[in-house]
Structure formats: structure tokens, C-alpha cells
Design a protein around this ligand. Structure first.
Ligand SMILES: Cc1cc2nc3c(=O)[nH]c(=O)nc-3n(C[C@H](O)[C@H](O)[C@H](O)COP(=O)(O)OP(=O)(O)OC[C@H]3O[C@@H](n4cnc5c(N)ncnc54)[C@H](O)[C@@H]3O)c2cc1C
Length: 318
């Protein structure tokens, strides 16, 4: 019997979207393999939510804020109890940190950043975009347990309608952690992380200077999206690295990606070309971004972006 255990991250007493996505696909894998879905969290408050996504049990270790070593040790204890054949992590920074660490410790295989998962021939079969999304690799993870991190927004959210998951307490192992948590930075109120956003509005060097990112922020706030950026703007110090989309930033797959003043260098495309709908605003009709855009607007972003923001605001008041 192949049980599935999902590392369920909690933010403000709720499951993160990436974790709910991992639970949604986890439930299907559990069904296909004839096993049970369970979750691991550091907060019992999510027992009901985890149950709604099909988790029968919630292993809880009150381990406090995320730290690699304590969370890895606690999750390993939960695994000792749950004995899962598959362990899934949403592809957040923490999930991508924890999965390879535990997999290495257990000599298990891990498929990272997967956008498709199946139970095939008694094994976990995963599809991973490689070479900056140009091709897909299908891999079988033959170890037991098998690990995978899921690409945010690649798996649809599907509630199962179950009751609250049964809470099983897991002792927090007393370990002498080499790492120390010095500071936690929280995004500004109302700011959405690009990792899990459904809509991203991104700005590039076409903005000319840092202050003009306010145009991007205004549109993002109006439309309910996150603020993204090209590396050129991050390198110029106009915006923080956590907003960078691309090969050396975040790989994102939102429903809607709006790129303004971004040329569409291959390293940028590597991070956003799997977006469901792409809108590009660029004054150069030859800009490579138009090759991946579903809707291209050739023009000056300083006119188009504020006009778009106004239209969105108007549409919302009607
Ligand atoms: C190893 C490596 C890794 C990299 N990783 C990343 C990464 O993760 N993410 C990333 O983004 N880049 C990455 N890069 C950098 C990448 O190659 C490009 O340099 C970068 O993406 C360019 O950013 P940009 O499009 O903002 O700037 P530019 O290429 O300078 O493009 C600016 C665009 O703005 C347009 N524009 C100018 N004015 C206006 C206006 N008024 N209205 C409308 N449009 C206007 C121009 O026509 C132009 O197309 C990486 C490079 C390397 C070598």
C-alpha cells in the first residue's frame, strides 16, 4: 500500500496554495495506488483544511518557524510513523530546501519542479520541464519512498470535501541546529508572492528607473496580482531579488503574466513561458517577448500601463 505524505506549509493559520496543490495531486496518487493521503504540518489549526483536501491524518510537530534542520528531523519522525511511499512538497523555497535534504538523508530519489505526476507500474512517474522549459523529461522515481516537489500553479486545486484530518502529534526532536534564525522578513501588507500568484505584472529595464516601478505596482494592486521583475532591474537595484522571474530567479506559471518593458531574453523566458496567458507591452515590435505572447501591445509602457490600470479600476467599480 502506497501512502502519500504532503509537507503542508502554513501561513497565517492557513495552508499555502502550493501545499493545497500538492495535497490535490497527492490525493489522486493515493487513490491510484490504493493508499491514504496524510499531511505533515507545524500547526494543528489546518486539520480541517487538510481534511477538505482529502488528508485523513495530519501529523503535527509544533516546531515553530521554518528551520531546515528541525523541520527535516520532525518530518522524518512523521515519516517513521506514516511510512509513506510518496512524499510531496509544494515548490516553495522551504519545500525546495527540505525535499533534497531529506531525500539525501534517506537515500531516496527526488524529482524536482514537476508539473505532472502519475502512479505507473507501482512507481511515481513525474514530468519535469528541463533546458529552461524547452523539453520535458519523464522520470520514474524508483526509490521507496519517492520524493517530488511540485511546480506552483501546475496542479489544479481540488477539494475532496472530507471532514477534519485526525491530528497525530509528532515530538519535535531536540537537535543542536547549526543554523540560527536571525530575522524573518515579511512582505509588505497586501503584497503577493510571485511564487504562487495567479496574476503577475512584471517590469523591465524599459521602466528607465526604480521610481517607475510604481506603475507596475499600481497595475498589480488594481488587478490583484503580484509584482515581477527582470534581472536587469534587480541587478540595477530597482527592486528586490524575490521579485525576479527567470533562470536565476523564480520559475512561475501564473494564469496571466503581463510583461512591460521586458525584452524577453532567453533567461527571462525560462522563468515565465509556461504561464497560461502572456501579455507583452514593448515599444520594439521585434522584441523576442512577442514570440511567446498571446497578446502583444507595441507601444510606450508609460502610456499603456497607467491607462490599463485606470480601465481595471473602472471595470471593478461597475
Ligand atoms: C546566466 C544568466 C542568468 C540570467 N538570469 C536571468 C533571470 O533569471 N531573469 C531575467 O530576467 N534575466 C536574466 N538574465 C539576464 C537576461 O539575459 C537579460 O539581460 C535581462 O532579462 C534583460 O532584462 P530586460 O528585458 O528588463 O532589459 P532589456 O533587455 O534592456 O529590455 C528592455 C526592453 O524595454 C523595452 N522598452 C524600453 N522603453 C520602453 C517603453 N517606454 N515602453 C515599452 N517598452 C520599452 C525595450 O524595447 C526592450 O525590449 C540572465 C543572464 C545570464 C547571463
Amino acid at each position: 500500500m502506497a501512502g502519500v505524505l504532503v509537507f503542508a506549509e502554513v501561513n497565517d493559520g492557513k495552508l499555502r496554495k502550493a501545499s493545497r496543490e500538492a495535497l490535490s495531486i497527492g490525493r489522486k496518487l493515493a487513490q491510484a495506488s490504493g493508499g491514504e493521503l496524510a499531511a505533515f504540518a507545524t500547526d494543528r489549526a489546518v486539520a480541517e483544511e487538510a481534511g477538505r483536501y482529502g488528508a485523513k491524518k495530519l501529523y503535527v510537530a509544533e516546531a515553530g518557524p521554518y528551520r531546515t534542520e528541525t523541520h527535516a528531523a520532525a518530518l522524518q519522525q512523521a515519516m517513521d510513523q506514516a511510512k509513506p511511499s510518496i512524499v510531496l512538497f509544494g515548490g516553495t523555497s522551504n519545500g525546495r530546501d527540505l525535499a533534497p535534504r531529506l531525500a539525501a538523508r534517506l537515500n531516496a530519489g527526488v524529482a524536482s519542479d514537476v508539473d505532472r505526476l502519475d502512479w505507473a507500474d507501482g512507481k511515481l512517474r513525474a514530468r519535469r520541464p528541463v533546458y529552461s522549459g524547452k523539453v520535458f523529461a519523464t522520470v520514474d522515481v524508483t526509490s521507496n519512498p519517492a520524493f517530488a516537489t511540485t511546480r506552483p500553479n501546475a496542479f489544479p486545486l481540488e477539494e475532496a470535501g472530507g471532514g477534519a484530518a485526525e491530528v497525530v502529534s509528532v515530538a519535535v526532536p531536540q537537535i543542536e541546529a547549526k543554523g540560527k534564525l536571525l530575522e524573518t522578513k515579511t512582505p509588505e501588507a497586501g503584497e503577493i508572492s510571485i511564487a504562487e500568484a495567479d496574476i503577475i505584472v512584471s517590469g523591465g529595464r524599459g521602466l528607465k528607473e526604480a521610481a517607475n516601478f510604481s506603475l507596475i505596482r499600481d497595475l498589480a494592486h488594481a488587478i490583484g496580482g503580484a509584482v515581477g521583475a527582470s534581472r536587469a532591474t534587480v541587478d540595477a537595484g530597482w527592486i528586490d531579488h524575490q521579485h525576479q522571474v527567470g533562470q536565476t530567479g523564480r520559475v512561475v506559471s501564473p494564469n496571466l503574466y503581463i510583461a512591460a518593458g521586458i525584452s524577453g531574453a532567453i533567461q527571462h523566458l525560462a522563468g515565465m513561458s509556461s504561464s497560461k496567458h502572456i501579455v507583452a507591452i514593448n515599444k520594439d515590435p521585434e522584441a523576442p517577448i512577442f514570440r511567446v505572447a498571446d497578446l502583444g501591445v507595441v507601444g510606450d509602457l508609460f502610456q499603456i500601463v497607467p491607462a490599463l490600470t485606470e480601465e481595471v479600476k473602472k471595470a471593478k467599480t461597475h
